[in-house]
Design a protein around this ligand. Structure first.
Ligand SMILES: C[S@@+](CC[C@H](N)C(=O)[O-])C[C@H]1O[C@@H](n2cnc3c(N)ncnc32)[C@H](O)[C@@H]1O
Length: 219
């Protein structure tokens, strides 16, 4: 229990991050906290499937009206389920291709059959919430027109390579209403961190980094 508390409160950064040209983690605060976070990674991984993640907690604390949200990358459905239990969600769009492609791997899956099993696991896990979810089995760039034009939040947790995260942010941030939240998972990965820093560094949005999550409140 002591460890769980640590896992949830590992890392908080806020303020403006300055970058010059190519991405360098210029901020000493950022650099220090990034290294610190990596030290806690295994702990985060153990627990992050089973509790509402920091972005979810932020939404739970600050948004009371029925919400429409999008999760990019649903995998086994852990995070979607946690959000559906804990948040006042009226509709959650779960986007995942469950497909082997390029160099992409997740949880050491090596065969398409393993992705198929993962997809079935997610469907079963999310069955109790069938009236509140729409599963969109597509790549995120193909699914962009299958979700509403305006939503309350987007959680990005698909391919964590820089180009993919950047594209997901670019494609989906326009859907988030003013005052809504866009964020995602695994900011301890370089690709996610880089895409996040590039997204926020020249904006006046309020942003948060906590535990494995990052998120931005649009204004
Ligand atoms: C990190 S897992 C998601 C974990 C899930 N959000 C959770 O916390 O329980 C990443 C998922 O993204 C999916 N994925 C990878 N690239 C994708 C893409 N371009 N479009 C949609 N889904 C993608 C994978 O199939 C995989 O299931």
């Amino acid at each position: 229990m002591e460890n769980l508390a640590l896992a949830e409160d590992v890392w908080i950064v806020s303020g403006k991050i300055n970058i010059n040209g190519e991405l360098k983690l210029k901020s000493d605060v950022m650099k220090k906290d990034f290294i610190y976070h990596l030290g806690e990674k295994s702990l985060m991984n153990v627990f992050s499937n089973y509790y509402l993640r920091p972005m979810g907690k932020y939404i739970k604390a600050n948004y009371k009206d029925p919400l429409v949200g999008i999760e990019i990358g649903t995998a086994f459905g852990y995070n979607a389920k946690n959000m559906l239990i804990e948040l006042p969600i009226k509709k959650l769009y779960c986007i995942d291709a469950w497909k082997m492609y390029g160099d992409y791997t997740y949880e050491n899956m090596k065969e398409q059959t393993e992705f198929e099993k993962t997809c079935l696991t997610a469907i079963n896990r999310l069955k109790p919430f069938k009236d509140k979810i729409e599963i969109i089995r597509k790549f995120s760039d193909e699914a962009v027109n299958d979700v509403p034009k305006t939503v309350d939040f987007v959680y990005i947790d698909g391919n964590h390579e820089y180009e993919f995260v950047k594209k997901d942010i670019e494609m989906y941030e326009g859907k988030v209403r003013k005052g809504g939240v866009i964020g995602g998972h695994d900011i301890d990965g370089y690709g996610v961190l880089k895409a996040f820093v590039e997204y926020v560094h020249d904006k006046d949005y309020k942003y948060y980094v906590k535990g494995p999550d990052w998120w931005v409140v649009k204004c």
